[in-house]
Design a protein around this ligand. Structure first.
Ligand code: PRP
Length: 219
């Protein structure tokens, strides 16, 4: 697997979009305000969504332009499902929802224990019909991969089959873990960072995405 360029290998797509790099510069900077952090996260979610939606299935629709009747491509199939992993995943919902408002949204509450780094599930509310929907799991950060693994297991048990995990910053350790445990799940990442520190934080990363979005640092 390579982490360079916009290549697709082993179902891992690394975006490396220049505008996304600029938004990441803002998000990574420890001096960024809570307002600017929210804005940059929402802006990044538009770029991730535009990339994630690029190959949604199309059929044709008959319409009339001001000049003539014609058949044009039109989105097909049931509305995709979005499943943000609470809390930080909420920050990626705006772009995905704005670009495709008929998406249905499920929520999975999962936090990572600071002592064991293992995921702890505390909430789940999913839409119906997951077996027929393309399902995008949203989380800005993929560190060890434990939280994403728990979310994907939960979604598969609920019937989801066409799954894609969308993250903003991934550690190589998390990518490798998911390639082993969920080789059937597509993984779309904005950028791949150096790795994890002793506390399991992504380096250089951006810190705790949930705390920085919601102002709970030190709480
Ligand atoms: C962060 C992040 C991911 C997870 C990544 O959430 O948003 O969900 O950790 O770590 P992992 O890949 O090692 O599981 P956190 O536990 O801080 O919860 P929060 O979103 O409520 O802040």
């Amino acid at each position: 697997m390579t982490h360079e360029g916009s290549l697709e290998l082993s179902e891992v797509v690394v975006m490396r979009h220049s505008l996304l790099m600029e938004q990441l510069r803002v998000l990574r900077d420890r001096s960024t305000s809570i307002e600017a952090f929210q804005t940059a996260m929402a802006d990044a979610s538009f770029l991730l969504a535009a990339d994630a939606y690029r190959d949604l299935p199309l059929s044709t629709a008959a319409i009339e332009t001001p000049l003539c009747p014609c058949e044009v491509p039109a989105l097909a199939g049931p509305a995709p499902a979005l499943v943000p992993i609470l809390r930080a995943g909420l920050g990626l919902v705006p772009g995905f929802r704005r670009l495709l408002p008929r998406t249905v949204v499920g929520h999975l509450g999962i936090y990572r224990s600071e002592s064991t780094l293992k995921p702890v599930e505390y909430f789940g509310k999913l839409p119906d019909g997951l077996a027929e929907r393309r399902t995008f799991v949203l989380d800005p950060m993929l560190a060890t991969g434990g939280s994403a693994d728990a979310a994907l297991r939960h979604l598969k048990a609920a019937g989801a089959r066409d799954l894609e995990l969308v993250v903003l910053i991934a550690a190589p350790e998390g990518i490798e873990a998911l390639e082993r445990s969920h080789p059937d799940v597509r993984l779309r990442v904005g950028v791949v960072d150096e790795g994890l520190d002793a506390r399991g934080f992504i380096v250089p990363g951006l810190g705790d995405a949930g705390d920085r979005q919601f102002g709970t640092e030190g709480a």
